[in-house]
Design a protein around this ligand. Structure first.
Ligand SMILES: C[S@@+](CC[C@H](N)C(=O)[O-])C[C@H]1O[C@@H](n2cnc3c(N)ncnc32)[C@H](O)[C@@H]1O
Length: 261
């Protein structure tokens, strides 16, 4: 595997964003760098429109940022198949039951947003400070939106390694895991977001441990998202799986009163 590229720091797109960039850089304990830095690596770019993760150097893909208001997330909210979509079935959504979900691998919050759109309260955890900053920025910008503000209010984000999570109150009914999976193919087949994430984070080597924690926490089920042909996480056979063309959801029932779907 190639080495992780250097995370270079936080840059401001213009002088208007300089003080925000400085505050964020201090919070992440990384330097403030110029946006046109002549190096290769990754940086967070503070723009008026959004916080962006950007690779710089030859063959770099475009930036990644979190946008719940427009683009893919909005499209999926409107046309994604509602409660009939595989993710909704996997977490067990049905009439009269809308579970509280703990998403221990929040990433860019896309799956959590789908679940919140369907009415779930979603507690999210993200351990990477850079990914956490991107997601926190996306949530903040969407919070005041007239159409989706109420959905965003169901999403709570913590900067935490899920393995350290302890319930303060009620146990989550469903724990959802979507750890980084080692994609070996190059370029177009692997989406831009995943390529940047793999450069930034590498693979999640400790996801077997996360599954163990999840199984002790969930009062009803743990759902693990995997590529369609991937082996089971930690070679642990699920109670049942739900498959779509590219993705498989492995379901581990943990409660006594469970129906599989
Ligand atoms: C494939 S991404 C998740 C994508 C997400 N489901 C979405 O819809 O945007 C995996 C994320 O989980 C995070 N992660 C992995 N292990 C974690 C852990 N133990 N605690 C918190 N976050 C973790 C990684 O940092 C990465 O951002």
């Amino acid at each position: 595997m190639s080495e992780k590229p250097l995370f270079l720091g936080v840059a401001a797109a213009s002088s208007n964003e300089q003080s925000v960039a400085e505050t964020l850089a201090a919070a992440l304990s990384v330097p403030v760098v110029p946006p046109n830095l002549d190096e290769t690596g990754l940086l967070l770019l503070v723009k008026e429109t959004a916080l962006q993760l950007q690779q710089i150097g030859p063959d770099a893909p475009g930036p990644v940022w979190v946008d719940f208001v427009e683009g893919k997330a909005a499209h999926r909210r409107k046309f994604g198949g509602g409660r009939g979509q595989p993710l909704a079935k996997a977490i067990g959504l049905k009439k009269g039951w809308t579970p509280r979900v703990l998403d221990m691998t929040a990433g860019l919050g896309r799956d959590a947003f789908v679940l919140a759109t369907l009415g779930c309260e979603v507690e999210m955890m993200e351990r990477s400070p850079v990914v956490h900053a991107l997601l926190a920025d996306g949530l903040e910008r969407a919070r005041e939106d007239a159409d989706i503000g109420s959905i965003i209010s169901r999403m709570k984000l913590q900067h935490l390694d899920g393995r350290l999570y302890r319930t303060a109150h009620e146990r989550p009914e469903v724990v959802y895991l979507d750890p980084m999976y080692p994609h070996r193919e190059k370029s177009a087949k692997v989406k831009k977001e995943m390529r940047l994430f793999q450069l930034l984070l590498g693979d999640d080597q400790d996801s077997a441990e996360l599954l163990e924690t999840a199984l002790t926490l969930a009062s009803r089920r743990v759902v693990v998202k995997r590529p369609a042909k991937a082996p089971f996480l930690a070679e642990r056979k699920p109670s049942v799986s739900i498959s779509s063309p590219n993705t498989r959801y492995d379901i581990y029932l943990t409660g006594s009163h469970n129906a599989a779907t």
